[in-house]
Design a protein around this ligand. Structure first.
Ligand code: GTP
Ligand code: GTP
Ligand code: MG
Ligand code: MG
Lengths: 290, 277
């Protein structure tokens, strides 16, 4: 863990009484390694370390009673600032329904989390409609229908094409008086031009109030590429971080947040539909540091 | 490609970024570059291009020499178990492997061993229909071991060559689910079947947790290989380097897409070239 690594360094320099530039560099090197091991993207780490260095240089570490504590706190603080900022507060469309679009790589958890989000909206007193716009994965619509049944949320789909389904789903929501529409889409590669164009067209057709990138917490360095591409194509409003019930450090969240600049809105912490809540940056900060 | 012609600090930094950026991981990267530094001293390399070639060569050498065959047991049916965390591509991979086996003239029975997730059996049944394989399933919420046992009995009855057993995605942190997987493996061999492959399906976008997954899954069910999926994306899957080096588990197959033909044998040379592309 980072604390153990730093303890070793500080034990060695404690006797000296003041921290030199080299000491600070050594500490920052350890932090860098810890962040890379936590899957934070190496470019993001570089910028992050530069910010922490600035904090430390200004903080008169050499005079501190416990410089070790100060360093860990500085890093922790900087992590929370980067991951947190303002929590996403869902504001509803003045003219319903509020449209939510779910996008992301294959297998990240979009379909399951579309249902979780629907359940969450119900708990907020809303009446969501789920729209199954993934017509490509075998039994994708069945999967969404099964989940919809479990939480008594209607599911709309039709065997036409994803853009038409999304559009028809929005019309259906208006017809049924549902005030939130959640559109599930097929998993797609960020480098698949055709599929990225398709999701852009879906977005164009339904004009989402919220577009969420669904990201798996165990994603490695590539999270930056994914986030940049989806953000460029769709203009994201937030991120949903999934599979946080695993033991991946979750550094991809830091990379994505840094690159997209939008809040991590929700955290999925298990396979059941109830394992879903608003995101808390402080928990993830501790986990990334290890 | 290294921009500098002469080897300097920036050259080493570029190589480090290429490896880290490919998810090779801090420890493996440091080890590879330390070894390379020794070679530079010993062999007197001066050009950046020499250095890159040496690194590629080193990685290719270390990745080669593993058993990448998918083995059939002495007596049919063989059972190939597909395991891994959620969403990595187990079910889709079974569809592809089934096609591969059928094209090679073998009969396949699929076992819908994911009795938990919504529409999991329906998803596998679609693949079975597509490739011309039988699919044995149970009820949602049923015992996965029972489904796989039934599939093996069915395979024996029709003289099928191989049972491809799907299992529910599970995080290795879930003690009860890993115990369930151990039971699945035991029961798969109780009847007429022989488990001759236990394949960890691993998503190429996975970071350092991939090594932990391999460690935990092999401890539970003794892995014979890895299927690395979604390598058609921009992620490089570099974590398999540590998986092979530290655990000795070979990558046998690579998934390159979502259709039935998007499966190729793992080629160490291609993998290393793509890593630095
Ligand atoms: N353990 C765990 N599993 C999750 C979580 N969220 C989703 N899953 C599981 O992850 C797997 C993939 O979820 P899906 O909802 O099918 O993912 P998807 O993004 O819709 O997949 P595609 O449509 O194929 O791109 C399923 O097994 C889910 O049950 C989570 O927070 N924790
Ligand atoms: N691009 C790409 N997508 C893949 C590949 N393999 C699987 N997928 C996609 O990944 C998603 C998840 O695949 P599944 O086969 O459902 O994964 P799984 O491991 O069975 O998921 P769970 O049973 O929910 O744990 C689907 O959208 C697949 O089409 C691959 O090699 N490349
Ligand atoms: Mg889906
Ligand atoms: Mg599956």
């Amino acid at each position: 863990a980072l604390s153990d690594r730093l303890e070793g360094i500080f034990a060695r320099i404690r006797g000296r009484g003041r921290l030199s530039e080299d000491d600070v560099d050594e500490v920052l090197r350890e932090i860098r390694l810890a962040l890379l091991e936590a899957d934070v993207n190496f470019r993001v780490v570089k910028n992050f370390i530069a910010r922490v260095r600035e904090d430390l240089v200004g903080s008169e570490l050499s005079k501190a009673l416990n410089p070790f504590q100060q360093v860990v706190q500085a890093v922790h603080r900087e992590l929370i600032n980067t991951l947190g900022g303002e929590t996403l507060r869902i504001t509803y469309a003045s003219r319903p329904p509020t449209v939510v679009l779910m996008a992301g790589l294959q297998g990240s958890g979009k379909t399951t989390n579309s249902a979780k989000l629907a359940r969450w909206f119900k708990s907020q007193g809303r009446n969501p409609l789920l729209v199954g716009a993934d017509l490509q994965r075998p039994a994708a619509v069945e999967q969404l229908r099964t989940l919809g049944n479990q939480i008594e949320v209607p599911v709309f789909s039709e065997p036409t094409d994803p853009v038409s389904v999304a559009r028809a789903g929005l019309a259906e929501a208006r017809r049924l008086g549902r005030d939130v529409v959640i559109v599930d889409t097929a998993g797609r590669l960020a480098i698949d031009q055709e599929m990225m164009e398709q999701v852009r067209q879906i977005s164009e057709a339904v004009q989402p109030h919220y577009t969420f990138l669904v990201i798996d917490a165990m994603t490695g360095q590539d999270a930056v590429n994914t986030a940049e591409a989806f953000h460029a194509t769709l203009e994201l409003d937030g991120v949903i971080l999934t599979k946080l019930d695993g033991d991946a450090r979750g550094g991809a969240a830091l990379s994505v947040k840094e690159v997209v600049g939008k809040p991590i809105a929700f955290a999925s912490t298990g396979e059941k539909l109830k394992d879903f809540d608003l995101f808390h940056p402080d928990r993830l900060a501790g986990r990334i540091l290890g | 490609a290294l921009r500098r012609s002469k080897i300097d600090d920036e050259t080493w930094e570029e190589l480090e970024y290429a490896l880290i950026g490919a998810d090779v991981g801090v420890e493996a990267t440091q080890e590879l570059l330390d070894h390379l530094r020794e070679r530079v001293r010993a062999e007197g390399m001066t050009e950046g291009s020499e250095l890159l070639d040496a690194l590629k060569g080193e990685m290719k050498t270390r990745l080669s020499g593993y058993d990448r065959e998918l083995h059939h047991a002495e007596t049919s049916p063989s059972v190939w178990l597909f395991v891994g965390v959620n969403g990595v591509g187990k079910t889709t991979t079974i569809g592809k492997v089934a096609k591969r086996e059928i094209d090679a003239g073998r009969t396949v029975v699929m076992a819908a061993g994911d009795t938990f997730r919504a529409a999991a059996a329906e998803q596998l049944e679609t693949w079975a229909d597509r490739v011309g394989a039988e699919c044995v399933r149970g009820n949602e919420g049923g015992d996965p071991s029972a489904v796989i046992y039934d599939a093996v009995e069915r395979a024996a009855a029709i003289n099928a060559d191989v049972v491809l057993a799907d299992t529910a995605g599970r995080l290795h942190t879930k003690v009860n689910l890993m115990e369930e997987l151990r039971k699945v493996r035991r029961v798969a061999e109780k009847g007429a079947g022989t488990v001759s492959e236990v394949l960890l399906v691993l998503d190429a976008t996975t970071g350092q947790n991939g090594l932990v997954q391999a460690q935990q899954f092999t401890e539970a069910v003794d892995l014979t290989g890895v299927v690395l999926t979604k390598l058609d994306g921009s992620a490089k899957g570099g974590i398999i380097f540590a998986i092979q080096e530290k655990l000795g588990i070979p990558v046998k197959l690579v998934g390159l897409g979502e259709t039935v033909d998007d499966l190729v044998p793992f080629d160490p040379d291609e993998f290393v070239e793509a890593l630095f592309a």
